[in-house]
Design a binder for this molecule. Structure first.
Ligand code: DGJ
Length: 751
């Protein structure tokens, strides 16, 4: 059946339904004032635009609000008011009511997945939202549009928020829900927003995995029905799936061509993405907090604010979409997005729990010798009654273990000063070991079943951050360390357990609020820290990369991508995370994972992100140490490209046995090209690597850097000069037939 005929059939069946006899008083069925006022606004359009994309909403003749367009920017103002695909908002009523409602609600004639589901105080399960007004205001970098909606029968208000960032071509949307019913209402679905597409094909790329295997990309076509990607882990929420996706519009996602939607939700707890293809072949994308076990009791006059859903449409493949997000994140979202990042030496994999004050002092000198900015002390420095000598005890008791570090944190910051490096420290403040003084004193501060056997994940439990007293305690951990030791320059904030044994003594009869209010409690703590210590850098870690979302990253300068630092697996992990996050937000360390690879290969892989080390220098030869020192110096010199420039993913490890990524500094006078041979096959053809983002009319000198002492470059174009045009059209001979070989090429514009 042709699409137009199909639509007519849909309209017809809806009309038949609406002709069913009324069962109750016809007067009660007359349009209410909210609806009549909204209908008077029929035809009003709301344009939410960036430099290259339009999202257009329109008030239908029925007074409800519909998405009429989302795609490349419309050239002619006159086209904005056109009805839009499928005639949403037409006088036909039935058809308009079954259109692409901007925030579809449950209990009405829309038979597919809604954005909002409410059980009202009287048990009624339907919600109809009518337009009551809209506003726009300038915010840093963009424009904030609010669309106000109201139910005509129940005192429920909903505000749809959209911020458009024109230059970056990024949008974010979130929703506020409130009411003044006599008793609490129950929210069983509360999405951040909704988007619709009408194209012949849709291809989802999702990022799933596990510990040490994060953000692995896989693609599948979206056909009729629903595809859900979600987490139910509560706190270490992203262990199995990352809160972001790509949808290829019209075909599979490609790196450098085609239309792609990239989206991510800023929520450090249970989230859910629903992709639903309906009977007409239309796709709706619904990003949301996962309502799993979370029917939320909302009191009158309280506002439920959903997380932000951040998205961009690229017309030149995923790579451009990623750059949109990277630029947006650095400018408007990531903590200290425009600031510098510190290179560091971490002691976790080098010592695990086996260290003391003197050993740490010696490591600080190693940090200095490497040329990094900071020494980062990891897990195992706290607990006295139950010392943290392994992961069975001590979490919660944030006092230095006296017989391990007799001089306290002060002795460590003093040693760091002597060594000439900054000092950072690890905490895991949302957790408790049952073997701790904290648990003995406050068992009611813990998420744990009162009447069932307890299940332990990594021998620990999650503190109940929905409880304001617990929030105070967690804030106090950071506050005490910083107020007593102002020289502590950095935190690594870990979170190793999902929420287990789900029950909150604090939430009492509102257990459905726990998953949501717990995350809000975490944010309350982070906000207080941010307010009191606004310039303090922190790394977000969660048993590797179990937390990676843009709401948390308002409070963290970077996140730990994975405990897996084997450079071969890292290629895939970093490629995955880079789809959404700038290199500046991604921490990568050189360790002894996969000793079959050279220290150079490991370091070159880590140099694509915020560089650090987690390795003892005693493991390294003098040449390797010399190499690392130079690599650190090179990395620092090249931060305008690697940290602050534009990233071009050129050759994918998912599609070839190689990887090439290029970073171009603003102004295109400097660029860095990283090339890696993973496991080339005998006789395979080596692709030439065409660069991107250079100035075609500038000439660039190419120089291989990060060479092991005593070795000479075999890069064929080393030392030669080419125009940007040639490099982007012809490319360079970057790859080799070796296994686990890397090359780092610096490009400098010459006169
Ligand atoms: C998990 C982190 O990912 C590691 O880097 C390390 O900090 C350990 N936790 C410490 O327990």
């Amino acid at each position: 059946m042709k699409r137009s005929m199909l639509l007519a059939a849909v309209a017809c069946s809806a009309l038949v339904l609406s002709a069913a006899p009324a069962k109750s008083d016809p007067a009660a069925k007359a349009p209410k004032p909210v609806k009549t006022a909204a209908m008077a606004e029929a035809g009003k359009t709301i344009r939410i635009a960036t430099d290259n994309t339009d999202l257009i909403l329109k008030v239908g003749d029925n007074g409800r609000v519909y998405q009429t367009y989302f795609g490349p920017k419309l050239r002619h103002e006159s086209d904005i008011a056109l009805p839009g695909l499928n005639q949403y908002g037409s006088t036909d009523g039935a058809l308009s009511a079954r259109g692409w409602e901007a925030y579809a609600t449950a209990g009405n004639e829309a038979f597919f997945e809604p954005a909002l589901g409410i059980v009202h105080a009287d048990g009624n399960m339907s919600t109809y939202l009518y337009y009551t007004g809209s506003t726009t205001e300038a915010v840093p970098g963009g424009t904030h549009t609010r669309v106000m909606l109201k139910d005509d029968t129940y005192p429920v208000n909903v505000t749809l928020n959209y911020v458009a960032y024109p230059k970056e071509n990024v949008f974010k949307t979130w929703t506020e829900i409130s009411h003044s019913e006599k008793k609490p209402i129950s929210l069983w679905q509360y999405a951040s927003g909704m988007l619709y597409f009408s194209d012949p094909e849709y291809w989802l790329t999702e990022f799933s995995g596990d510990w040490a295997f994060e953000a692995q990309m896989s693609s599948q076509p979206l056909k009729f029905g629903k595809k859900i990607v979600e987490t139910k882990l509560g706190s270490r929420a992203n262990m199995y799936a990352s809160p972001f996706f790509e949808v290829g519009i019209g075909g599979p996602v490609k790196e450098h061509s085609g239309e792609v939607l990239l989206g991510t939700i800023g929520w450090t707890g249970n989230w859910r993405f629903t992709f639903e293809v309906d009977n007409a072949g239309y796709l709706r994308v619904i990003p949301s907090i996962n309502p799993y076990a979370s029917n939320y009791q909302l009191k009158a006059n309280e506002t439920f604010t959903t997380p932000e859903f951040i998205f961009t449409l690229s017309y030149d493949g995923a790579s451009q979409g990623s750059r949109n997000l990277h630029n947006w994140a650095r400018r408007y979202s990531l903590k200290d997005g425009m600031g510098d990042r510190m290179t560091l030496l971490n002691n976790w994999e080098n010592t695990y729990f086996d260290f003391d004050q003197d050993k740490l002092g010696a490591l600080m000198h190693e940090a200095r010798h490497l040329g990094v900015d900071m020494f980062l002390l990891d897990d195992g420095w706290f607990g006295n009654k139950y010392p943290r000598k392994d992961d069975h005890a001590g979490l919660g008791d944030w006092e230095v273990t006296h017989n391990k570090i007799p001089g306290g944190i002060k002795a460590l910051t003093d040693s760091a000063k002597v060594a000439g490096v900054k000092f950072g420290i690890w905490i895991e403040p949302e957790m408790v070991n049952p073997k701790s003084e904290l648990y003995e004193k406050h068992p009611d501060w813990v998420i744990e079943q009162p009447n069932r056997e307890t299940y332990y994940y990594r021998n620990q439990l999650v503190l109940d951050l929905s409880n304001p007293q617990v929030q105070d305690y967690v804030f106090g951990i950071v506050d005490k360390i910083l107020s007593e030791n102002p020289d502590v320059a950095y935190f690594k904030w870990d979170c190793n357990s999902p929420i287990t044994n789900v029950y909150s003594p604090y939430c009492k009869d509102k257990q459905g609020n726990l998953y949501v209010d717990h995350v809000r409690g975490v944010y309350n703590v982070l906000k207080r820290i941010q307010e009191k210590y606004p310039d303090h850098p922190m790394m977000l870690c969660s048993g590797g990369g179990g937390r990676s979302d843009y709401e948390a990253l308002k409070y963290f300068t970077e996140f730990w991508c994975s405990d897996n630092t084997d450079p071969v697996t890292r290629a895939y992990i970093q490629w995955g995370f880079s789809q959404i996050f700038p290199a500046k937000a991604m921490a990568a360390h050189v360790t002894s994972w996969n000793k079959n690879t050279s220290v150079k290969f490991r370091t070159d892989m880590a140099s694509m992100c915020r560089l650090g080390f987690d390795i003892g220098l005693k493991e390294l030869s003098p040449d390797e140490i010399e190499y690392c020192r130079e690599a650190v110096a090179n990395w620092k010199r090249l931060t305008p490209a690697i940290m602050d420039g534009q990233q071009y993913r050129l050759i994918s490890p998912y599609e070839t046995n190689h990887m090439a990524v290029e970073y171009v500094a603003d102004g295109a006078d400097k660029a860095v090209l990283f090339g890696y041979d993973l496991t080339p096959k005998f006789g395979e053809k080596l692709p030439f690597v065409k660069l991107q983002g250079l100035d075609p009319d500038k000439r660039y000198r190419l120089e291989e850097i990060n060479l092991m002492p005593g070795t000479k470059s075999k890069f064929p174009e080393n030392g030669k000069t080419f125009t940007g045009d040639y490099l982007m059209k012809q490319g360079v001979d970057l790859f080799t037939r070796g296994t686990n070989v890397s090359r780092v090429i610096e490009l400098s514009a010459v006169n």
